[in-house]
Design a protein around this ligand. Structure first.
Ligand code: ZN
Length: 88
């Protein structure tokens, strides 16, 4: 009788362990997805140039003359860059 209970417990234990491993795998998978998403976000950030004066990322700004890249540290930094002309 005790042997049977012992075996059942062992079976349950290994089942729980298997579920734990599966959970860890799933967690790892969604973690990897999060990393992907962060990488994609990083790439979007890379699309904006770095300030030629302080190296901080730049943001699209509008003036009467048109759009240009302005430093995010503005007004402390007045670094600007012309927008790359992709339209004709
Ligand atoms: Zn700057």
């Amino acid at each position: 009788m005790l042997i049977i209970i012992g075996r059942t417990l062992n079976m349950l234990k290994s089942q729980i362990e298997a579920q734990g491993a599966a959970f860890e795998e799933t967690g790892g998978f969604s973690e990897r997805l999060t990393t992907r998403r962060l990488e994609a976000r990083e790439k979007n950030r890379e699309a904006s140039p770095a300030c030629p004066q302080c190296g901080k990322p730049m943001r699209r700004r509008k003036s009467a003359k048109g759009e240009f890249w302005g430093c995010t540290a503005f007004p402390d930094c007045k670094g600007i860059r012309p927008l790359e002309q992709s339209r004709h």
